[in-house]
Design a protein around this ligand. Structure first.
Ligand SMILES: *Cc1c(COP(=O)(O)O)cnc(C)c1O
Length: 394
């Protein structure tokens, strides 16, 4: 059997504009006309195919992007949101009710961690945190009311790899849904194909790749996506974090170059990770054979996309990290900035920025050094020159 390939699946889609434009026409209407009153009622009840009612529910531009994401992910359906956090929070709230329980990786994105640890207390939803690579801890943390197992394919910022097939098996045994944030590894890994129930993205990062907007996506079964946008009970429909259709149409165009970008991000990151290793700088990168889950990720990956664009370098102290980053920005390695998946290299000190929501003692517990510098390696054409610049800053 031919292996699933996200870019090939995406390329099979034929989406074109109503006037024959090679790009689908942009539709920016908030509401849609009906020629018959009955047709409107039927659309309200979800009984008409291809009819649009109101833009918070569906609109053509969001549908094009959602269809493309579903094709890439191998899911039946998808829905696009105004941010990655909107995707994550809607996806979770749709599955969980008051009094339910979640088991989550402790090394998630800072905003996700804060939502799980602090915000969900409002709804009396209890969350147990585990190290994502510790499957025994996961099994032990499960309770009769566990509804969600939550993890990131590649964790932030330590780049630990989740064993999605094993986690999916545990989730299924206990009737829980496995939700996977695949923001760091679009196309490299296809979580739904590996057994995840729901895949969430911050499209702000690699998928859009231009750092010109904030956006997110939820991919899953048709039944689940329909439940999210149910007029009476859908979290996405009722909380309303819909993506602007003008934005959708611009992200769609960027999605079609994602495979080429991911390959170049990976190639450059692999190069730098090997150079850091030779230089005896402590570095974490899943593409290095010394990475503890190197074999696992190799077995999960779609071929030819490499090991991703993220590397973490341990400079031991915050002072050393700050001084490195300031020099690196000055001589043109990239930008001292949070976020990732941009065409230029971005770097930040995780402990004091993107993981600052995570309390210091938990940062220590998860093995995060205060001098950790996370790199989102850019699309540099001359990566050897970039390494020469980095060396000057170390
Ligand atoms: C950035 C990020 C988010 C949040 O996405 P926004 O688009 O900023 O809301 C969630 N998860 C991961 C892994 C991220 O990197």
């Amino acid at each position: 059997m031919k292996q699933f390939d996200p870019a090939t699946e995406l390329n099979k889609l034929e989406q074109f504009g109503e006037f024959g434009g090679v790009n689908p026409s942009i539709t920016d209407s908030a509401t849609y006309t009906f020629l018959g009153a009955e047709a409107m009622v039927d659309t309200f009840h979800g009984e008409t195919e291809g009819c649009f009612l109101y833009s918070r529910h569906w609109n053509p531009s969001n549908k094009y992007l959602s269809d493309a994401l579903a094709a890439m992910e191998g899911t039946e359906s998808a829905w696009v949101t105004a941010s990655g956090m909107a995707a994550i929070t809607s996806a979770i709230l749709q599955v969980c009710n008051t009094g339910d329980h979640i088991v989550s990786s402790v090394t998630t994105y800072g905003g996700t961690f804060a939502f799980l640890k602090y915000y969900l207390q409002k709804f009396n939803i209890d969350v147990s945190f585990i190290i994502p690579t510790d499957l025994d801890a996961l099994k032990k943390a499960i309770r009769p009311n566990t509804k969600v197992i939550y993890t990131e394919t590649v964790s932030n910022p330590l780049l630990q790899i989740s064993d999605i097939p094993a986690m999916s098996k545990i989730a299924k045994e206990h009737g829980a849904k496995l939700i996977v944030d695949n923001t760091f590894s679009p196309m490299l890994v296809s979580p739904y194909k590996l057994g995840a129930d729901i895949v969430v993205y911050s499209m702000t990062k690699f998928i859009n790749g231009k750092n010109d907007c904030v956006a997110g996506a939820i991919c899953g079964s048709e039944e689940y996506i329909n439940s999210l946008i149910d007029l009476n009970t859908g979290t996405a429909m009722l909380l309303g974090p819909v993506l602007d259709p003008l934005r959708s149409s611009s992200i769609l165009k960027n999605l079609y170059t994602l495979h080429i970008r991911m390959k170049q991000h990976s190639k450059n990151a692999q190069f730098l990770a090997e150079k850091f290793t030779k230089n005896k700088t402590k570095v974490i990168y899943p593409g290095l054979s010394v990475h503890p889950q190197h074999e696992l990720i190799t077995s999960l990956m779609n071929k030819e996309y490499g090991y991703g664009g993220m590397i973490a370098v341990d400079l031991e102290t915050k002072e050393k990290a700050y001084s490195f980053m300031e020099k690196a920005e000055k001589i043109g390695v990239g930008y001292l900035a949070v976020s990732l998946g941009y065409f230029r290299t971005l770097f930040s000190n995780s402990g004091s920025s993107t993981s600052s929501e995570v309390p210091e003692e938990i940062q220590k517990e998860m093995g995060m050094s205060p001098g950790l510098v996370r790199f989102s390696v850019g699309l540099d054409n001359d990566i050897e020159n970039t390494w020469e610049l980095i060396k000057k800053c170390l």
